[in-house]
Structures are given as structure tokens and as C-alpha cells.
Design a protein around this ligand. Structure first.
Ligand code: 26Q
Length: 801
């Protein structure tokens, strides 16, 4: 949109007056943020209305992305960037004596997700708006987001994330769009005079689902899509019937807090209630919206695509069946055909313990009508497939089995498309986790490699890099991420490579200032910034990184005269509160940091900074400053990874196992520009099949590794007597489930190579440039375009190759 600086300043000062009845000098940073937020909403208002009007008038097919998590990050700066107002606003504020960055960091960062899956959902919403796709997000408005992490004595302590304390300027509560979600009670099918059956309910626990809508602004295309998050409230009838306090509490708890686990399906009833709550409310609102425009439901699949982000929203399948049959009087056959055409499912994990199942007794009690429908899905699946695939395979793959509702199987059976998130992951789904279902529905399986919103992760997070890129290749890449590849022409442009170093140094200084203020650690900007940012998990192997730090520490102590480039090891990682082992690793990292950072013999040659409370906003600060991207999961365990792509796009080289999308990153940027190491997925599976992995052999045969491991238990690292022993035992007593010891040597080899190569800054920046230039391939725009073409069948803005 068009806005002059003068107009902006006038609007802003007027907004301050209206909101606070005082003048600028008397307002807080948060107050200034709020005023800007109101203003941006006013500027964007016409786009938002116009977008939904257009979709309705053109009767566009809508995509609904169902996800139990969304991690959008702060919205002020991204909305301004996408509206094309960032420069005007920044300059206008400067004239008023204000600093935009200070104001924008006063915005709370909504932590409505755990990690990769929630952030992916947000990146895809951004891309849908930017590609002009009629896309809608559907999720939960958690009163409390993912816990705030602080360290006390090196241990993780979780504090509540009260992100709504001061309200939320971006959302609109739409009470008129609320709907009723039923739990429990009894249900029976009553014959009607016309011969049909009607579902009758008694003694149900009714919950009122109230939507809060947030506008998602497309990149300079006048499109604003909607993210709809549902909040659980007392139904209006509660006032009359007088709900007990206990019943009120049971309603409140549904959307009170995000489950902080990102891999273990705990099987708790509250989680199941959350899942049905937002699935049911979302599907009801879709069917209602569709019904306002169409006679009957027969064209539903032409006008609606519902995407299931992991199994958490799988109940959209029986819920849509319920609505079509019970409310719209469809036959089973018609309802099923429509449902499977509408639904598509993305799997995000091959880890067995993360595959959701629900005890039938719990499921039946909580969702009696949905259970009846699942029973019928199960019965028909068995009836149709047993003659073809035999009883054994069908027993292994049916939605009901072993006393459980198996959500992944239900999702595959009820969708027309199932995708993994990187080629290796999709292959392993076909060969391993979903092998049997792949026999039944081979045509449903496809790969959609993950992508990242380059606007947020390059343009917004790394303005110095973005301007430098503009200066070389112009601004087209901002819309057409594939254009980044034209940067390869500058591989031998010495001046440009120096400028890349300068950009990196600027970003390191900014991160360094944060590290200094938060942790009191001084870091050198000429050091290698070696970064590992992701949830804390045994399979992600933060431990392997720790071993390298111990090795570097011992090497400096042994041979102080040997020159190596200084290093800063940077971690960001939350552990699930109930994940004991992960928390021990956190303590270990902090204890090691204490030792290393305060050892005068080490000085500024080696620093360890574990930055607490990692999330989207800290990612925006850390990623632009990284030289090395640690992507060191045990091969086959990380479905894709997305921090690998963000770091690559900011010129970090990957130190990576051949896992998830690392494989594709290495292929895209070229092997010579990354540092790969370790067992392949095939080798890992080989160990499983033969059962001949003996971690102790590596310990015994490699004296350096032995020495490193022994520091866990010999007092070298103070303060970890229990944790050190526990971790040591996990490796040697319990045989190192994630092959840390097997990969140690090749990992260290590559770390040494990195130290060597970094000293040749020209060579190093060439690698950085190759990574930036190849990163366009992993733009979420391209990923979403593939979903649109292959799965959702909706049009989108064209992207260049
Ligand atoms: C399930 C049941 C009960 C409680 C919690 C959960 C739960 C919650 C979150 C299970 C899994 C998650 C999140 C998983 C996740 O983030 N997976 C990551 O998804 C990314 C996007 O596809 C991939 O890049 C990562 O490789 C994958 O680990």
C-alpha cells in the first residue's frame, strides 16, 4: 500500500492519543508497539475484507490447514514487510526519536507450538497468503503457550508463558461464529418417520468453541488470509442451567495450555479432548461456511481441501463423516467418497513412540458418536481389504487394533494423499513405518520436502544480507526464491565475499551483545559460531556436540601453543518437562559451559553459550550469526529438519549426517560446500537387523573417545555427578541407542576440517555463498506450490524455475 512518512507520523501520534490520552514521551515500548499494531490492522483492514469477499465472489476452493500447533513468531515487522511499509515506518519513527527494533521486540512471541511442526505450519500459512492461495489455518488458542525456559544452577526450570496477559492486538474474537462441541454422554440412532436415522444425545458435556481470527498478510499482493484459533468456553446455556465449578473447570482446561511434549504421545484424555475440540469446531465452521453458498454438499470436494498436519487433527475424518450423515443426510458411501477426496495427511515422524494411539475405552467414553463412525470405517476397511491382502495385513493396518484407535492408520485410510517431509523420510514411511498400508494404497503416498518462509528467515531476520543480495542481483529473489541461484555468478568476486564476511560479523556482534547481556559471556566476532538450535532429544544428539567441546577443551589444555581458530558453541534447546534424560543433557551442557568459560587457560579461544528459552524470536537473532549448522541426528531419525534450511539460507555450512533434508541440502549446495559424516540410514538399519552394535568397542578402541567419555564421571566437569553417570551409562551400559560413539570419529574429523577451512576466509565465504545461492530450493513458497498442484488442486501465483 501507499503511505507517506508524514501521513504515517500523523496517524501514529493520533493513535497514541486515542489509546492513552497522553503524548508519546509518556508511553512505554509496549504501548508504542500496541499503537503500531492498531495502525497496521487499520492499514491492512481493507485487504482482509477484500480477500474474503473475493474468495466468496469467485467461489474459490479453500484450503484449511489443521494443526494443533502454530508458531507464527512476532507479527509486527513481518506484517510491515509484507505490506511494503517497513522502511516508511522505520524512518518515520526515527524522525520521532524512536527505534523500530526496540518497539518491535516489545511484542510477545506467541509460543503456540513445540518446534518444527508448529513452525512449519506458520511458514506454510505465510506462503499460502503470499501465493494468493485461499488458505486458512485452523488450530487452538492456548491461553498459555510453550513454557518459558530458565536455568537455575544449570537445570531447566519451566515458567508459564502468559502471552495473553496484555491482550493480543492481532486477533478478532468472533462470537457470532462460535459452535458447540459435544463430549461424552450417550448417543443412539433414532429412526425417523421418513425412514432415516437421527443421532440423539443425552447427558453430553457441551463446550462452546469461540474462534479468534488473525490476519495473515501476503507479500505485497494485497492478500490477507485468516488463521482461526479456537478457545473453549461455557456454552450460553450454562447461565440458565448453572454449571458446577468442576464442570466449568473441565471446559476451561481444554484450551488452557499447550502440551510441551514433541515426541511422546502421553495418551492423556485431555490431549484427546483438545484434538477433537479443534477438529470438530473447524470442520463445523467449514461445512457451515460452505453451506451458506451451496445447495447440498455434493460439490464439497471441489471447494474444500482439508490438510491434516500430523495425526493430531485426524478426527476431522470421522467428524466430517458425522456432519455429512447426521446433519446433511448423506449415505455412508457418499459421505465417505467426499471425505476421502477432501482430506490429505502429512506424517512428521517415523519414531514409534510418537505415533498416536488412544485406548478404545477412553475414546469411546469421550466421543461415543465418533467412535461408532470409526468402528464402521474399521469394519468396511476390513471387509474390503481382507479378500485382497489377507487377514494378517489387515489386522496390522486397521484403524482399531490391540485395544487402540490407531490415528496414523485412520489418517491414511481416510485421506487421498499421504506425504512424508523429505525423500528419505518418505522412503522410510513406505518401507518401514507404514509399509503395510503402502501395499494397500501405493498411489496415495508422495513426498513433499519441507520448506521455510524466506521472508521471515532471510529478509526479516537478516536485513544486512538481504540488502547485499539486492545490490548484486536486484530484488526479484524476494518474490522468486529460485533467483537466489544467480548469486553463484559471484563465487570469485573477492569484494563480494569480503562483504559477506562483513555481514556475518555484524550479525555476530548483535548476537554477541545478547549473549553478553543474558549470560555475561564475552564472545569474539572472529570466532567460528557453531550453532545447534532445536528441541533437546537423544536422537538429535546434542551429546555428540558436547563431546566435541570436551575434546577441544582438552586439546587446548594439552597443547596450549597449537593455534586453532576460536570457537563459540551456541545451543538453544528446550526439553520436554518430563523428559529426564534430555534435562540431564541440559545440565551437562551448562556445567561444561561453566568450566570452559571460566578457565583462564582457555581465555577467549573457546566459549559455550547455552541461550535459554529458544524460540522463533531467538532464532531470528541466532541464525544470521551462524557459521556452522549442526544437523547431527542419528541417520533415519529426523524426518526433515527445518533449522538446517534456515541456517543454510543465512550462509552457514552444514555439519550434517545423511538424515532428513540434510541429504537434499548437500545435494543442492554441492558436497564440497558441506561437511557430512556418520552412519547412513542403511547402516543404522543394518545394525538393527544384525543386532551387532557394541558401543563399548568404540570406547575401548579409541583412547581419545575414552578420555572424553571419562570426563563425565571422573570429576573433570564439576557439578554433574548424577547426570554424568547417567549419561555415561546410557552409552556403555545401555549400548548407546543413537550411535553417538559410532559417529564420534567421523564427526570430529569434520570438525577439524572446519577449523582448518575457516582460516581461509575466501574459501569459507565461497561455501557460505554456495549455500545461500542454493537455499531458494527450500523456500516454503515452492513447497506450498507443490502441495497446491499435487494435493489440494488449487491455483497459485506462478513461480520461476
Ligand atoms: C503428540 C501427542 C501428545 C502430545 C504431544 C504430541 C506431539 C506434539 C508435537 C507429537 C509431535 C510433535 C511435533 C513433532 C515435530 O515437530 N516433528 C518435526 O516436524 C518437522 C516439520 O516437518 C520436521 O522437520 C522434523 O524433522 C520433525 O521432528
Amino acid at each position: 500500500m501507499k503511505l507517506t512518512q508524514a501521513q504515517f507520523k500523523q496517524d501514529f501520534l493520533a493513535e497514541i492519543k486515542t489509546l492513552y490520552a497522553t503524548d508519546l514521551s509518556d508511553t512505554s515500548k509496549f504501548g508504542q508497539f500496541l499503537a503500531l499494531g492498531h495502525l497496521v490492522r487499520r492499514y491492512d483492514g481493507p485487504n482482509w475484507t477484500h480477500t474474503s469477499d473475493q474468495y466468496r465472489e469467485q467461489d474459490r476452493k479453500q484450503v484449511y490447514y489443521f494443526s494443533i500447533e502454530f508458531l507464527p513468531g512476532r507479527l509486527l515487522k513481518s506484517n510491515l514487510l509484507n505490506l511494503g511499509l517497513l522502511d516508511t515506518v522505520r524512518q518515520g519513527l526515527k524522525d520521532l526519536g524512536l527505534d523500530f527494533d526496540e518497539i518491535s521486540t516489545a511484542e510477545p512471541d506467541p509460543g503456540l507450538g513445540n518446534g518444527g511442526l508448529g513452525r512449519l505450519a506458520a511458514c506454510y500459512m505465510d506462503s499460502m497468503a503470499s501465493l494468493g492461495i485461499a488458505g486458512n489455518g485452523n488450530g487452538i488458542r492456548y491461553r498459555y503457550g510453550l513454557f518459558k525456559q530458565v536455568f537455575m544452577d544449570g537445570y531447566q526450570v519451566e515458567l508459564p508463558d502468559d502471552w495473553l496477559r496484555n491482550g493480543n492486538v492481532w486477533e478478532i474474537r468472533r462470537e457470532n461464529k462460535a459452535c458447540l462441541v459435544r463430549f461424552g454422554g450417550n448417543v443412539w440412532m433414532a429412526p425417523q418417520p421418513d425412514g432415516s436415522l437421527k443421532a440423539m444425545y443425552e447427558n453430553t458435556d457441551d463446550v462452546w468453541a469461540v474462534p479468534y481470527d488473525t490476519g495473515l498478510v501476503g507479500y505485497r499482493n494485497d492478500v490477507t488470509n485468516t488463521l482461526r484459533l479456537w478457545s473453549a468456553e461455557l456454552p450460553p446455556s450454562a447461565d440458565k442451567t448453572g454449571f458446577s465449578q468442576a464442570r466449568r473447570d473441565r471446559i476451561d482446561e481444554i484450551t488452557q495450555v499447550l502440551y510441551p511434549d514433541d515426541s511422546n504421545s502421553a495418551g492423556q484424555a485431555l490431549r484427546l479432548r483438545q484434538e477433537y475440540f479443534f477438529s470438530s469446531a473447524g470442520v463445523q465452521s467449514i461445512v457451515r461456511h460452505y453451506g451458506l453458498r451451496h445447495q447440498g454438499v455434493k460439490a464439497l470436494a471441489k471447494k474444500v481441501a482439508i490438510h491434516i498436519n500430523d495425526t493430531h487433527p485426524t478426527l476431522v475424518i470421522p467428524e466430517l463423516m458425522r456432519l455429512l450423515m447426521d446433519e446433511h443426510h448423506c449415505s455412508w458411501e457418499v459421505a465417505w467418497a467426499l471425505t476421502t477426496q477432501v482430506m490429505s495427511y502429512t506424517n512428521h515422524t517415523i519414531m514409534q513412540e510418537a505415533l498416536e494411539t488412544w485406548p478404545i475405552d477412553m475414546f469411546k467414553g469421550l466421543l461415543p458418536r465418533i467412535y461408532q463412525i470409526v468402528v464402521e470405517i474399521d469394519r468396511r476397511y476390513r471387509e474390503a481389504q481382507t479378500p485382497i491382502f489377507g487377514e494378517d495385513l489387515v489386522n496390522r493396518t486397521a484403524p482399531l487394533g490391540n485395544g487402540q484407535v490407531r490415528m496414523a492408520f485412520l489418517a491414511v485410510i481416510g485421506s487421498h494423499s499421504v506425504n512424508g517431509v523429505a525423500p528419505l523420510h518418505t522412503q522410510l514411511l513406505k518401507e518401514d513405518v507404514l509399509r503395510d498400508l503402502y501395499q494397500v494404497y501405493p498411489e496415495r503416498f508422495n513426498n513433499k520436502t519441507n520448506g521455510i518462509a524466506t521472508r521471515r528467515w532471510q529478509q526479516l531476520a537478516n536485513e544486512p544480507l538481504s540488502s547485499l543480495i539486492d545490490s548484486k542481483i536486484g530484488p526479484t529473489w524476494r518474490r522468486q526464491p529460485n533467483q537466489l541461484k544467480t548469486l553463484t555468478a559471484y563465487q570469485s568476486d573477492a569484494k563480494f565475499l569480503k562483504q559477506l564476511t562483513a555481514v556475518k560479523t555484524t550479525n555476530k556482534a548483535a548476537l554477541g551483545a545478547y549473549i553478553k547481556s543474558e549470560l555475561g559471556i564475552t564472545v569474539r566476532t572472529d570466532a567460528i559460531f557453531d550453532v545447534q538450535i532445536k528441541r533437546l532429544h537423544a536422537y538429535k544428539r546434542q551429546l555428540l556436540h558436547v563431546f566435541e567441546i570436551i575434546r577441544e577443551y582438552l586439546a587446548i589444555k594439552d597443547e596450549p601453543k597449537t593455534v586453532t581458530p576460536p570457537r563459540v558453541h551456541i545451543f538453544g534447546a528446550k526439553a520436554a518437562p518430563s523428559y529426564h534424560y534430555a534435562k540431564s543433557i541440559i545440565k551437562l551442557i551448562n556445567a561444561l559451559a561453566d568450566l570452559v568459560n571460566h578457565d583462564p587457560a582457555i581465555g577467549d579461544r573457546l566459549k559455550v553459550a547455552f541461550i535459554p528459552n529458544y524460540g522463533v524470536s531467538l532464532g531470528e537473532l541466532i541464525i544470521p550469526a551462524a557459521d556452522v549448522s549442526e544437523q547431527i541426528s542419528t541417520a533415519s531419525k529426523e524426518a526433515s529438519g527445518t533449522s538446517n534450511m534456515k541456517l543454510m539460507a543465512n550462509g552457514a555450512v552444514s555439519l550434517a549426517t545423511l538424515d532428513g533434508a540434510n541429504i537434499d541440502i548437500i545435494e543442492a549446495a554441492g558436497e564440497v560446500n558441506e561437511y557430512s559424516f556418520g552412519l547412513t540410514a542403511k547402516a543404522v538399519y543394518g545394525y538393527y537387523e544384525r543386532g551387532d552394535y557394541h558401543a563399548a568397542d568404540f570406547y575401548k578402541s579409541n583412547p581419545e573417545l575414552k578420555r572424553v567419555l571419562d570426563t563425565l564421571i571422573d570429576g573433570t566437569i564439576p557439578g554433574i555427578s548424577t547426570e554424568g553417570q547417567e549419561i555415561y551409562d546410557s552409552l556403555l551400559r545401555y549400548n548407546d541407542e543413537f550411535f553417538v560413539l559410532a559417529d564420534y570419529e567421523s564427526y570430529v574429523q569434520q570438525q577439524k576440517q572446519i577449523s582448518h577451512d575457516f582460516q581461509n576466509q575466501k574459501l569459507w565465504q565461497q561455501k557460505a555463498l554456495a549455500n545461500i545461492a542454493a537455499s531458494g530450493v527450500f523456500s516454503a513458497d515452492l513447497a506450498v506450490a507443490r502441495y497446491s498442484d499435487d494435493i489440494w488442486q488449487v491455483p497459485h501465483t506462478k513461480l520461476l524455475n
